[in-house]
Design a binder for this molecule. Sequence first.
Ligand SMILES: Cc1ncc(COP(=O)(O)O)c(C=O)c1O
Length: 394
Amino acid sequence: MPVAKKVAEAARCSSWIRQMFEEGGRLAEIHGCDKVFDFSIGNPNLEPPNEFQAVLEELVRDPTPGMHGYMSNAGYAETRKAVAAYLAKDQGVPVDGANVVMTCGAGGALNVVFKAILDPGDEVIVPLPYFMEYDFYTGNHGGVLKPVPTRSDFDLDIDTIDTAFNAQTRAVLINSPNNPTGRVYPETSVEALGELLRRRSRELGRIIYLVSDEPYRRIVYDGIRVAPVMAAYDNTIIVSSYSKELSVAGERIGYLAANPAVPRMGELMEGLIMANRVLGFVNAPALMQRAVARLQGVAVDVAPYKRNRDALCEELTNAGFKVFKPEGAFYLFPRSPIDDDVAFCREMQQHLVLVVPGSGFGLPGHFRLAYCVAPEVVDCALPVFREIGAKYFC
Ligand SMILES: Cc1ncc(COP(=O)(O)O)c(C=O)c1O
């Protein structure tokens, strides 16, 4: 076998999202791009805000020597400080530059965190459904993901989470606004989770971290506020990126930030910085670090996403689908009209509409649409949803 068994197995069960995305490319070659309606991948279709271009132009002309060299593995002090100032305000907690590590996106940050905190066999509790890369990100570092059901409205089910703890539990991983549901966990749920984590840490006699994956924090609708996780629980590590809020997913820039209240903070930061180095990231991209230092608080205008969300929710609901109206991110996670969500997605594919089975997120019986697409893609796909709705619900 040319590759390790574990990798061969991972590649075999590889992401539905990628499979559908690649299928989209194949179908587009046969039928033409304008005939294929691809809702498979969360690749933002909006261009970055103008401020991003302006800052880049300034930076590439900057004659300061050493702009492209190595730096501290944690990132530029200036950038860490800027991120910390933004977070301190947002979280209501005195985050300092020393609590921040710049990373290669949120995906890189999650790998750094899990490498730093997991011993072999340590468990990470995650609410269902969840972003399937989490399986790999924990597995990469000897961890075991432990999925737990959520409520019917995809809110955290604190009692169920409570039953999932044991001596191996090292972290609870949440993602709000959520991929794939669009749920933003209410502040009361996050506070209740903090309370539960305090009690369980005491009982189990070990630090249990709350890892909060927040790349969609700025993609929210109708003025909803994303709860400040650091205010709810001391042992919190936030993981985030600019992939979605600045539409720069290919640039691989993100960060992690530990709550300054974490005990033995120095050791934790040392472990995180070391993990960033030895995973081979070394440091986050230099140019992007300089750019985001000057772009704190800047984000894409979410109006086009909201327009897509509203059109899809209305039409799918009218067509008979059961849909939770997303409060954030750019995903819709309706119930599949048949139990076999994979078969349903194949049926949609025959109509040249590409959606991803809920099985790909650990929750069969649903399907996911990524609506970070041009409005015409939504408008052209709506008749297909009407037709499918008429077939199954009338
Ligand atoms: C929930 C979630 N976490 C993490 C990531 C990874 O983001 P990044 O591009 O910043 O690595 C994604 C990307 O789609 C995501 O949906």
